[in-house]
Design a protein around this ligand. Structure first.
Ligand SMILES: *Cc1c(COP(=O)(O)O)cnc(C)c1O
Length: 400
């Protein structure tokens, strides 16, 4: 038996240097345990985590209700193929359908896979129409279809030729979308709120305008809710803030309370275009993911966490508006529930480092946007504590 775990951070860094491909920038810290919004490293340091699991741990680390459900499921039935029915997968689909637009689900394991399913469904449903319009600053994943949908040149470098049939409009620009639509267009794909792009909110009327363009030209409207979905914004799904319903919605990240899982939902009218033989995912909708997904929904409802997310949003909004008044390095504050963006006039990398030194975990995206994706059940005193540290770090940044 090889010895597992029990290593120091330095020993773990060395293992990675030798045996793990270096495609991530990693902190030289070995995390070994998590509970709520705290994680511990192998040296016993405790960190306050306002970016738990890169957005996946929306219910905090090791949410007890999800842990119990998974423990029970893993000892009962781990995996069976999708050539069988599984009551847990059916029940999970029902819960998601009832909380969204009454559609049907296809299950997979990640965000990029959910978007690949959406792209294939849009093309199959388009019956020969194949072009999809997406938006600058968007992020849809790393496999080649989703990557092509991601209108950010830095992620495309060295990987061409990419997929044919995608065109990009500036985010928020309805006139540009209208110009890109032609006889071969089948869909428009957008995040209701851009996440990786820097917590960018849709300009007023933008999503409504996309809905109208889609209806007028018989296109499918695809919302990538991988980051905005599953309660993150204080509604079940981001689109519910805007009164605009998509034809296809994709989910992952927080969908299963930290367990890997993804889903694509569409209306019962469109769903039949994904006929047997057109698409599949071996692990998609497996009993463990399904139980974790069900348990996540139950926990959010039993603990009133949609309201908690809204209240947390108000705390972050208040604290960061105040900070913006006090500190001219903060140029914008964008908060929807537990999606929090703080735009800086300077590079945010030293802020992330300064917070790490003070045992606070945050993220910086697009060089200048401090991004927090805290758990919905983050206690309010921990939210205030995180804001205190972040404010202190930003105020102490060296001035040019
Ligand atoms: C993270 C993310 C993805 C990709 O999800 P993976 O699970 O990493 O494949 C896609 N879309 C959005 C909006 C995301 O935030």
């Amino acid at each position: 038996m090889p010895q597992i775990a029990g290593l120091t951070s330095a020993e773990t860094v060395e293992l990675f240097r030798r045996y793990v491909i270096g495609n991530y920038n990693r902190y030289p810290v070995n995390l070994v345990r998590g509970e709520g919004s705290h994680v511990w490293d192998s040296e016993g340091n405790r960190y306050l985590d306002l970016f738990p699991g890169w957005g996946c741990n929306l219910l905090g680390h090791c949410p007890p209700h999800v842990v119990r459900a998974v423990q029970e499921q893993v000892a009962t039935l781990i995996h069976v193929p999708n050539t069988w029915h599984m009551d847990v997968q059916g029940e999970w689909a029902k819960l998601l359908s009832e909380r969204s637009f009454g559609g049907q689900a296809f299950f997979c394991n990640s965000g990029t896979e959910a978007n690949e399913a959406a792209i294939k469904l849009a093309r199959l449903h388009g019956k020969g129409k194949y072009k999809i319009i997406t938006f600058t600053g968007g992020f849809h994943g790393r496999t080649l279809g989703s990557l092509t949908a991601t209108a950010q040149p830095k992620y495309h470098e060295g990987l061409g030729p990419l997929m044919a049939g995608f065109s990009y409009a500036p985010h928020g620009d309805l006139a540009a979308v209208a110009k890109l639509i032609d006889e071969e267009t089948c869909a428009i794909m957008v995040e209701p709120i851009q996440g990786e792009g820097g917590i960018r909110l849709p300009p007023p009327g933008f999503l409504q305008g996309l809905r109208k363009l889609a209806d007028d030209h018989k296109l499918l409207l695809i919302f990538d809710e991988v980051q905005t979905g599953c309660g993150r914004t204080g509604e079940w799904f981001g689109y519910q803030h805007y009164g605009v319903t998509p034809d296809i919605m994709t989910l992952a990240k927080a969908l299963c309370g930290g367990i890997a899982g993804g889903a694509m939902l569409t209306t019962p009218q469109i769903a039949p275009s994904l006929r047997p033989g057109t698409h599949a995912a071996t692990f998609g909708g497996n009993p463990i993911a399904a139980r974790a997904g069900i348990a996540s929904i139950e926990m959010i409802e039993q603990e009133g966490l949609l309201d908690s997310a809204k209240q947390l949003g108000q705390i972050f909004e208040r604290r960061f508006r105040k900070l913006q008044k006090e500190c001219d390095l903060v140029t914008d504050v964008r908060v929807v529930g537990t999606m929090v963006g703080l735009e800086l006039a300077v590079d945010g990398t030293p802020v992330v480092k300064g917070c790490l030194d003070r045992k606070l975990l945050i993220n910086c995206t697009h060089s200048t946007v401090i991004r927090l994706l805290p758990a919905m059940n983050l206690p309010e005193d921990q939210a205030e504590e995180g804001c205190d540290i972040l404010a202190e770090v930003i105020k102490s940044l060296p001035r040019q």
